[in-house]
Ligand binder design. Structure first.
Ligand SMILES: Cc1ncc(COP(=O)(O)O)c(C=O)c1O
Length: 426
């Protein structure tokens, strides 16, 4: 594969941008080699500056469920930008998409738009703290909620006395109030929430984790979470930034009928543009400025171009769209897993609908410890480059989910399966 132009661009990128990237996971540090520099995207394909075409399963880290440059989204964005990109005032475009989302997502009575997922989770936590007048927050090992200081604790360090941050530059005081618990572990959850019942403001969770590969929370675990947070008057926050509108319009919470107090959204709802949103019960949301005393603001929040593009994308996401997408993925994953099983290869695909990841072991993954044991390491890097050479772009990092869009064809998925078979020979 020719990468002359990508290499040239990447050299320039490194001279002016830290590590040549604007987000660390885009570097190929986890898989080796240099990142490709992309020129454009169309449907399920990405094209680089050497005119290599790739079937994209990274999809802007899950945001592009309609593939790239979907005509409805492009048209909506073009029309909006012609009328001005940002006014810093309320617009009808905001109201339209807010109505759509609030109608779809059961936990959201009121919504606030922001510009990224990180902003959404950070603000939701601030609001939960303001509402409960408590300071502690609980998260789960292996879940990622953005790069807010209070959330960047090392897995497993939550209940220890000396907590460790997973990044330099974070004052100890920021993580003192953060507990990180094992995912899917009801006993630990019950013990901790009972022990700190008057101190915990909120519990935040990816209800289907996508940042330690795909790990759906068990329904029993989510039920326990709902019951315990309700009993102790803590705010339950579902981080549906990755899962929101990926499986169905009602988000994951409607699929299991476990309704949190607040929900964070991002990625898909922006139609590929930068976005985040948080919302929830009216009595909680009313504590947010200008109605209440919890402050949060944003110059570009609710920008009309993003709002119009986002709504155009959401309107394409009908029940039929999801049915077709989910069934394509089911057939693909079942065939892959059958192949691994029949050939006694210690690998499987973990999946929730159109969100999947590869595990380098037979046994199911239930938490972060399992996920680490099931990581491929160098093998993942070799698989990534094998796929890349075959014209398939997977996330350049082990333990990340890969995604399928509505634009991927059954033939695309058959090609992916064939390439997996070539790599994992019996
Ligand atoms: C579940 C989840 N929450 C929050 C975030 C942070 O979103 P953003 O990158 O838009 O700040 C991400 C990003 O990947 C995510 O996957």
């Amino acid at each position: 594969m020719q990468t002359t132009h990508s290499n040239k661009f990447f050299t320039q990128a490194q001279e002016v941008m830290v590590g040549g990237v604007n987000s660390p996971v885009r570097s190929f540090n986890g898989v080796g080699g240099h990142p490709l520099v992309m020129k454009y995207g169309r449907g399920a394909k990405l094209f680089d500056y050497d005119n290599n075409a790739f079937t994209d399963y990274c999809l802007s880290w899950g945001a592009s469920i309609l593939g790239h440059a979907h005509r409805h989204v492009v048209l909506a964005a073009k029309k909006a930008v012609e009328k001005g990109a940002s006014f810093g005032t309320t617009t009808a475009a905001e109201i339209d998409i807010a109505k759509h989302i609030v109608k779809c997502v059961p936990s959201m009575d009121l919504i606030r738009f922001v510009n990224s997922g990180t902003e959404a989770t950070m603000s939701a936590i601030r609001l939960a703290r303001g509402f409960t007048k408590r300071e502690m927050l609980v998260k789960f090992d292996g879940c990622y909620h953005g790069h807010f200081d209070d959330l960047l604790t090392k897995a497993g360090s939550g209940v220890a006395q000396l907590k460790e941050s997973s990044s330099l530059g974070i004052p100890k005081t920021h993580i003192e109030n953060t507990l990180s618990l094992p995912y899917n572990n009801i006993a630990m959850l019950e013990k901790t929430l009972t022990q700190y019942k008057d101190k915990i403001a909120c519990v935040i969770i990816e209800p289907v984790a996508g940042n330690m590969g795909v790990v759906p929370a068990t329904v029993d675990f989510l039920k326990a979470l709902k019951e315990l947070t309700k009993k102790h008057n803590m705010v339950l926050i579902f981080d549906e930034i990755m899962t929101g509108f990926r499986f169905s319009a009602g988000c994951f919470q409607s699929e299991v009928n476990i309704i949190p107090d607040m929900t964070c959204l991002g990625k898909i709802i922006g139609g590929g543009f930068p976005i985040g949103a948080y919302g929830g019960r009216k009595d909680i949301m009313r504590h947010l400025a200008p109605l209440g005393g919890v402050y949060q603001a944003g110059t570009f929040s609710g920008s009309p171009v993003v709002m119009k593009a986002g709504l155009a994308a959401l309107r394409v996401l009908t029940q039929d769209f999801y049915r077709t997408l989910n069934s394509k993925c089911e057939t693909f994953a079942a065939s892959a897993n059958r192949y691994f099983e029949e050939n006694d290869i210690a690998v499987h695909l973990s999946r929730y609908k159109s969100m999947m990841s590869i595990r380098f072991r037979r046994e199911q993954v239930l938490d972060y410890e399992d996920a680490l044991q099931a990581a491929g390491g160098d093998r993942y890097g070799r698989l990534f480059h094998h796929l890349l050479k075959a014209g398939i772009y997977w996330p350049p990092a082990d333990l990340e989910a890969f995604f399928v869009s509505g634009m991927h064809t059954k033939a695309d998925l058959r090609t992916l399966l064939d390439e997996l078979k070539k790599f994992f020979k019996p």
